[in-house]
Design a protein around this ligand. Structure first.
Ligand SMILES: Cc1cc2nc3c(=O)[nH]c(=O)nc-3n(C[C@H](O)[C@H](O)[C@H](O)COP(=O)(O)OP(=O)(O)OC[C@H]3O[C@@H](n4cnc5c(N)ncnc54)[C@H](O)[C@@H]3O)c2cc1C
Length: 607
């Protein structure tokens, strides 16, 4: 055993990891060390200026860019799943969209675990507590921002606000969507997101800068003597002590810094917060997981927990400029677009100067106007009945196929599918985010597409029924895992995403958005039938970055890996706190959800 240096060691200084570390060190007698593979990137313009996301090193150095294995249902393509590699994790490179999902989807977390502390009504106070919300000013209100103060908090750590610039296309799109039957949302964080509106952003409204997890949970507390953050430190494994009361007990953590292997001792717990792909990797390298998979990778198993890395849910979609998903885009006669920033570098320089001068202009605009579509928006009642009946008939088949031969997990996935389909029938499982991109978004590179201005309607698949897995293939901690999200493995996911393209097309030519429409670019006039759209999508969609579930919080009888206090089954002092514990995907961007887990560590409530 190692001499304990710290009470807690947090593996991964990302969104959830920094939340935990800052909360624990509020007690001056508690010592915490955070080990983060990336560095502190808060000072980079591509991190702090909202409109510069995607430029500079945001998607190279600051990104793990995990490659998937060939995706069987997407023509055997290898896709990239983005995940932030920096202090603050994915919140450093994300789109700062900060809404909440449908209430009933959060309730499923509690339902699967028979635990009412993991439900919308139990989580809402924590959602509120974690944010420092700045209501819209007169200009923002006049530009269409709506909010309900009852669902916001005004004294938390994550700064939440709205941008200082609104693209005309977005306003036209919201009107068009309302014309197609989407209600105007009073607030996209109210738990009823089947509507259209302007999403709140994790943004410091006073400065118009990104508020990442580092901004919220590290920078204000960096000088705490009981908090130590080691950057450029890649954790290779957890070190085990003799068993404590029959349970596996961590005594320290091994990590690599500057090509040296170091160790750090702990007296209380290790908190694994390395993200949905990073966390199962750390557990497997430490000997926790499916013994067969571990042995094949050259790791000696210490605890056989065969569902580590399973129940992995993601969706193929993405809408940063070069990380696309499914969209319909059209040429537009409007000139103030994001394309203008690429087409005219003088204009781009002027806009950047404007941002530095008074925090306005195109670069101050973080995304975005968005809406969440329900089954009724993309399927006729007959189509929906048919798809749900088919999914019900094949429920056992898919649950078994997705569970990698684990009968408990097959039950867990069957339970999730049963609940999802019941929600589908009640129009409460919301399969798509629709949003307007004021510029090009799609599969064609800047040089290969016409040098024009565009409007894009993105359609992002949420709440997928497909489940895949992520596992190590080597005992070398610097080797990437084999990531298989099994995108489009379930037919309902495919149908929903095809429906999203049809809805996007309808929106592009609905008044008043039609007033700026000068012809479709993609998918293009040769892709009209569902089959043609589907075949095209299979060749172009890329990864969404909202992966969850690889270390699911579920009972062991349903194939879970952690209990509702987020302890790993069979361990005395290993907890997982990050998006990997989310057992059932929800229809929202995730940061809100991973900073609000209602657990107690050493009697200290996390949020
Ligand atoms: C491009 C992109 C856009 C997104 N857009 C949005 C959005 O607009 N709104 C929203 O709410 N969500 C968005 N998301 C999703 C959201 O940001 C993530 O789901 C969330 O931040 C995940 O939090 P986490 O704590 O689970 O993991 P992360 O925040 O990813 O943290 C994991 C941390 O662990 C570190 N790590 C991993 N392995 C090791 C290791 N072995 N040793 C040491 N450190 C390690 C990583 O470097 C990282 O810092 C987006 C994500 C991406 C990638």
């Amino acid at each position: 055993s190692l001499a304990p240096l710290y009470d807690y060691v947090v593996v991964g200084g990302g969104t959830a990891g920094l939340t935990v570390a800052s909360r624990l060190t509020e007690d001056p007698s508690v010592t915490v060390a955070v080990l983060e593979a990336g560095f502190n990137a808060e000072g980079l313009p591509e991190v702090f200026i909202p409109g510069l996301i995607g430029t500079g090193i945001s998607f190279t150095t600051l990104n793990w860019a995990y490659a998937t294995v060939p995706q069987k249902h997407l023509g055997g393509r290898n896709l990239t799943v983005n995940a932030g590699k920096a202090l603050g994790g994915s919140s450093i490179i994300n789109s700062m969209i900060f809404p909440r999902a449908e209430k009933e989807q959060y309730d499923v977390w509690g339902q699967l675990n028979n635990d009412s502390t993991w439900t919308w009504s139990a989580l809402l106070p924590f959602f509120k507590k974690s944010e420092l919300f700045t209501p819209p000013n007169a200009f923002q209100t006049a530009s269409g921002v709506r909010f309900l103060s009852s669902v916001h908090g005004f004294a938390g750590r994550v700064k939440v606000g709205f941008p200082n610039y609104f693209f005309t296309q977005s306003a036209l799109w919201r009107k068009a969507a309302e014309g197609l039957g989407f209600p105007a949302s009073p607030d996209l964080a109210n738990g009823d997101p089947h509507a259209i509106g302007i999403a709140p952003n994790s943004l410091d409204a006073a400065n118009n800068t990104r508020c990442s997890a580092a901004c919220a949970y590290y920078t204000p507390f960096a000088t705490r003597p009981n908090l130590v953050v080691i950057t450029n430190a890649t954790v290779s494994r957890i070190l085990w002590a003799d068993q404590r009361s029959g349970k596996l007990t961590a005594s320290g953590v091994e990590y690599i810094v500057n090509n040296r292997t170091e160790t750090i001792g702990l007296s209380k717990e290790v908190i694994v917060s390395a993200g949905t792909i990073g966390s199962p990797k750390v557990l497997e390298l430490s000997g926790i997981g499916n013994s067969t998979i571990l042995k094949a990778a050259g790791v000696t198993p210490v605890l056989n927990l065969p569902t580590v890395g399973e129940n992995f849910a993601g969706a193929p979609s993405r809408y940063l400029n070069h990380h696309v998903h499914s969209w319909a885009n059209a040429f537009t006669n409007i000139t103030l677009t994001k394309d203008a920033l690429l087409l005219n570098l003088t204009f781009a320089a002027e806009q950047e100067a404007l941002w530095f001068k008074n925090r306005t202009g195109l670069y101050s605009a973080a995304p975005r106007s968005l809406g969440i579509a329900a089954p009724s928006d993309i399927f006729s009642p007959e189509e929906l009945n048919g798809l749900v009946a088919q999914a019900e008939a094949n429920l056992t088949y898919f649950a078994t196929r997705f569970s990698n031969g684990n009968s408990a997990l097959a039950k867990g996935i069957a339970a999730q599918h049963n609940i999802a389909l019941a929600l589908y029938k009640r129009n409460k499982e919301l399969p798509l985010e629709m949003n307007a991109e004021p510029g090009y978004s799609g599969p064609t590179s800047f040089n290969a597409r016409p040098a024009r201005n565009y409007t894009t309607i993105n359609s992002v698949l949420y709440a997928p029924l497909s489940r895949g897995r992520t596992h190590i293939v080597s005992s070398d901690p610097l080797v990437a895992p084999a990531v298989d999200p099994a995108y489009w493995a379930h037919p309902l996911d495919v149908a929903a995403q095809v429906g999203g393209i049809k809805l996007a097309r309808k929106m592009l030519i609905a008044p008043p958005l039609d007033s700026i429409y000068v012809g479709e670019f993609e998918p293009g006039s040769d892709k009209q039938t569902d089959e043609e759209i589907e075949e095209w999508l299979r060749t172009v969609v890329t990864s969404d970055n909202h992966e969850v579930g690889s270390l699911s919080m579920m009972p062991q009888s349903l194939g879970g890996v952690v209990d509702t206090s987020l302890k790993v089954y069979g361990t005395a002092n290993v907890r997982v706190v990050d998006a990997s514990i989310i057992p059932f995907p929800v229809s929202a961007h995730l940061v809100r959800s991973v900073v609000c887990f209602p657990i107690k560590i050493a009697n200290l409530l996390l949020v």
